[in-house]
Design a protein around this ligand. Structure first.
Ligand SMILES: [Fe+2]
Length: 458
């Protein structure tokens, strides 16, 4: 279904705001389509090996080419962030929590595996684990500043906590609820001027210059203009999870399209083009069979729903050149205590099948830097924590403070973890001018690494 007519006006406004738009994006579209053909071949050839895998204890000393690879792919497996035994114990504790509290909310209702719980002890402990926070600081620092953006109150080296859920997926079953999609913002990617400016290079036809790690415009982007529930309102540099089990391909793990800049370029320009042949025809891949067209309100992959808009949810018909049936790549095998992160623009899905013999269990823990917007969210989240109710972004969980074994402030295991939850502010990181100069200097020097970060790596 096309979106309301005002979105045709939006397309025209965008086209008029960039010089020589039609010619530039038409040239870019042909180049992107060609690049997708080449990149898809490489992804298919390498499979899960296409996704970078590093160890936690080498994060401080990774070769630049590995960091560049992580930037390009947009997803990474980080091994041994937490001891295997700790992660396994958390899984056992979560199983016990769920057994002791049959009234917890989750789905599927008759055999709960995805839980709307935020404040169990293992979750509170994992979010405040020193290595988990250090990992998120490392990821936050992949982002950088290009212009003269207002960085007052921003520090990439001070991690914040975002309370999300966990899943304990049993073998078998057919999970169809998580087809390819992008989190954190839907039509807002085009509709919100600040969010749209994250993709300005693409809209100017300079798609190869697009940098998904540019901080400035990300800080102001509005991800939820329409106030959909269960949609993250704060700025996450990477979404992520901590594995509590051994899980490999076909065992219910995550799949990603492993080239975030390229998928951004294609998805952002897709609404400005219309296929001239049937989408199921082999001719669909030829850019000559596509025409520039801004006359409709159609934004393929964006749907009305949930009181706002959902998606992008690309599929093989709306976005054929992504060749998602072949390029959605399962993560390599992970062990308990390993973490996985993917940039907030990455197209991702969850495997439908789980052919393994054991549960596939993860806690969702993203990378969140200190920003004024994020800090405000954490303040509200803290109140929810103290009252044992669902965090502000999540409506469905209800109250948890009546459950047996729910976590409390005492389960936050580190000072940095307390700071991340909005408790006991660290005075050293509250000097906006020094933060600004550190960020603008852009040096990977020790002086740029804040007190909190050094503490985490001790
Ligand atoms: Fe998602």
């Amino acid at each position: 279904m096309p979106l309301p007519p005002r979105f045709a006006d939006l397309k025209r406004e965008i086209a008029e705001s960039y010089p020589d738009f039609e010619r530039r994006v038409t040239d870019a579209w042909a180049e992107i389509v060609k690049q997708l053909e080449e990149t898809s071949e490489a992804i298919k050839r390498e499979g899960s090996d296409y996704i970078p895998q590093v160890q936690f204890d080498e994060l401080h000393n990774l070769p630049e080419e590995t960091v560049q690879r992580i930037r390009r792919v947009g997803s990474v497996v980080i091994g041994d962030v937490v001891d295997d035994a700790d992660a396994i114990a958390w899984k056992k504790s979560l199983d016990e929590f769920v057994s002791a509290n049959p009234g917890v909310q989750g789905f599927p209702g008759n055999n709960k595996q995805f839980f709307q719980l935020y404040w169990t002890k293992p979750q509170v402990q994992a979010r405040s684990h020193s290595n988990v926070l250090a990992t998120t600081v490392w990821l936050n620092n992949i982002y950088h500043v290009k212009g003269n953006e207002d960085l007052e109150g921003v520090d990439l080296s001070v991690p914040l906590s975002y309370a999300d859920r966990f899943r304990i997926r049993h073998p078998g079953g057919d999970w169809s609820s998580f087809p390819p999609h992008i989190d954190s913002g839907s039509i807002e990617r085009w509709d919100d001027p600040d969010f749209r400016s994250c993709f300005a290079d693409i809209l100017q036809g300079n798609w190869r210059l697009h940098d998904p790690y540019e901080l400035g415009s990300r800080l102001k982007a509005k991800r939820t203009t329409y106030k959909r529930s269960d949609e993250s309102t704060l700025f996450r540099t990477f979404q992520g999870w901590l594995s509590m089990s051994e899980t490999g391909p076909t065992q219910g793990t995550l799949k990603v399209f492993p080239d975030v800049g390229l998928s951004n370029a294609y998805i952002i320009l897709r609404p400005f083009f219309r296929p001239l042949v049937d989408v199921k025809s082999p001719e669909i891949y030829d850019p000559k069979n596509w025409s520039f067209d801004i006359s409709t309100s159609d934004f393929p992959g964006i749907y009305e729903g949930g009181g706002g808009y959902t998606g992008p949810k690309p599929n093989i018909y709306t976005h054929p050149h992504l060749r998602l049936d072949e390029t959605m790549t399962s993560l390599p095998k992970v062990n308990p205590g390993d973490m996985v992160f993917w940039h907030c623009d990455v197209v991702h899905s969850v495997e439908r099948e789980h052919t393994g013999l054991e549960d596939s269990a993860v806690m969702y823990i993203p990378a969140v830097p200190l920003t004024p917007q994020n800090e405000r969210y954490v303040e509200r989240q803290k109140e929810a924590f103290l009252e044992g109710r669902s965090p502000p972004d999540f409506g469905g969980g209800g109250r948890e403070n009546g459950f047996v074994g729910v976590g409390g402030v005492g389960d936050i295991s580190t000072p940095a973890g307390r700071r991340a939850m909005g408790f006991a502010p660290d005075e050293e990181v509250q000097t906006p001018h020094s933060q600004k100069s550190k960020l603008l200097a852009g040096k990977k020097s020790v002086s740029r690494i804040s007190h909190a970060f050094r503490e985490l790596f001790k």
